[in-house]
Design a protein around this ligand. Sequence first.
Ligand code: B1M
Length: 226
Amino acid sequence: PFLHGFFAKFTLLRSNSNIEELKQAIVDGDAAAALELTRQALAEQVAPEVLINQGLIAAMAVVGNLFEEGEIFIPEMLVAARAMQAALDILKPLLAETDMKPVGTVILGTVKGDMHDIGKNLVKMMLQGAGFEVVDLGTDVAPERFIQAIQEYGAKLVGLSALLTTTMNSMRLTIEAIEQSGLRDKVKIMVGGAPVTEAFAAQIRADGYAPDASRAASLAKMLMGV
Ligand code: B1M
């Protein structure tokens, strides 16, 4: 029993330091290291949900703070998000075998007529980093597709992105269509994108606006009461 305790403690200490290394690799945007450390930790029997919570999600929280403090910028945030995504891709199939539940499901898309998706993809990765399951409808998404997806996934949160002043109106039409479908009181709607403002969000009756991907993740958690 003494030796067993010793080895258990040793393994725990080792895996804690591996998780710290994994977290740092993601913050640094080193996808190769993040992958290697994730595989190593799995080989040492560290549970996937521990890696996600203490490694991936914790790393993206650090990245979000650094971004909000102006210490890093969009390119660094993108590489960090890609490193997180690489690790998440190998952990996701394993999660299906555990009972780890996502924080919630978000239906996300760039509204009709708009092809810009770089910002939307960044929002997606930060939401995933915060523990959300994201149903990404892509770009140029018609209001009916949002409605269909809300019904299909029983989602409680919808995220709309628009990069053109002309497609801000699609955002309004999407919210109006959700209202007319009778689903409005079942979902929270958050909006964002370069031309979108807090005042516009209020005008079109969205539940929230975020100026960047990091704050989109915080807003999503707030709207879901997490
Ligand atoms: Co376009 N484009 N573009 N473009 N493009 C802009 C947006 C523009 C400002 C350039 C300019 O003229 N100065 C301008 C819009 C002007 C306006 O509406 N007032 C413009 C135009 C006019 C066009 C075309 C019409 C050009 C043409 O064909 N004549 C055309 C439209 C096509 C269409 O959509 N129907 C077009 C096409 C393109 C490309 C395809 C070439 C390419 C897009 C590639 C792609 O996305 N896969 C492109 C690009 C790259 C840009 C610029 C240069 C960069 C946009 C970007 O990716 N920014 C842009 C000029 C600029 O912004 N400097 C421009 C980086 C990204 C990380 O930021 O998307 O703002 P952003 O996302 C941020 C936040 O806004 C927020 O978080 C993100 C990360 O922090 N956020 C959310 C975004 N979505 C959110 C959702 C949320 C919360 C936060 O909740 C759900």
